[in-house]
Design a protein around this ligand. Structure first.
Ligand code: MTE
Ligand code: MO
Length: 204
């Protein structure tokens, strides 16, 4: 009981010692953060491609992807521009259910998520295979809006929002780390909000 009350308190008066990572402000809104424009995607030609250091490349169409086991997850969302939306219900496919189709070579350490529109972001294999990572096609009970990454986005709750790639269309398995779109431009390679891994110059 006490614990529950504490939780409510923490949500209503966000401070440094609550559920919110340092330097973040809680918002009930869900702002849209996109570099460039929203790509036009046709579900009839939508493709999801797995390539790089894998024993076999695979390509899934929309029907095949959405036929994978269903998952639903409540998770926080922390943007590096300092807003956090603590309540999000995502529906889609767990990353680890997609992983069951993939045989990465033994030396794989990182994965690059690729997107329609050219965006990309890198994630360590142990981070992306965490239980709370999923590919989402719905948010808070509604089909995922185009602006929020519909038809399909990656969701990585334990990393800043830029790692939650919208309009995801592929995974590249890699034997070393490589920066993605924002990481090339100064964002941190890991992006853990609890460690405030925002930009390169904060590495040290
Ligand atoms: N393809 C793509 N994915 C993206 C982005 C983007 O510009 N393009 N922006 C990232 C950033 S910086 C954030 S904070 C989140 C924001 O998601 P939202 O627009 O649904 O709030 O998406 C991330 N995924
Ligand atoms: Mo962001």
């Amino acid at each position: 009981m006490l614990k529950k009350l504490g939780r409510i308190n923490r949500r209503r008066i966000p401070t440094m010692e609550d559920d919110t990572p340092p330097g973040q402000f809680v918002t009930e809104k869900f702002p849209i953060l996109t570099y460039g424009s929203t790509p036009r995607i046709n579900l009839d030609t939508w493709q999801f491609r797995v390539f790089g250091n894998v024993e076999e490349e695979i390509t899934l169409n929309w029907e095949e992807f959405t036929a994978l086991p269903y998952t639903k997850l409540d998770a926080e969302f922390h943007c590096v521009t300092q807003w956090s939306k603590l309540q999000n219900t995502w529906e889609g496919v767990a990353f680890n259910d997609v992983m069951k189709l993939i045989k990465p070579t033994a030396d794989v350490t990182h994965v690059m998520a690729h997107c329609y529109g050219g965006y990309s972001t890198n994630l360590a294999l142990d981070v992306i295979t965490d239980d709370d990572v999923l590919f989402a096609w719905a948010h808070d009970g509604e089909r995922l809006a185009e602006a929020h990454g519909g038809p399909l986005r990656l969701v990585v709750p334990k990393r800043y929002g830029w790692k939650s790639a919208k309009w995801v269309n592929g995974l590249e398995f890699m034997t070393e780390d490589r920066p993605g779109f924002w990481e090339i431009r100064g964002y941190h390679m890991e992006g853990d909000p609890w460690k405030e891994q925002r930009f390169w110059d904060e590495l040290m």
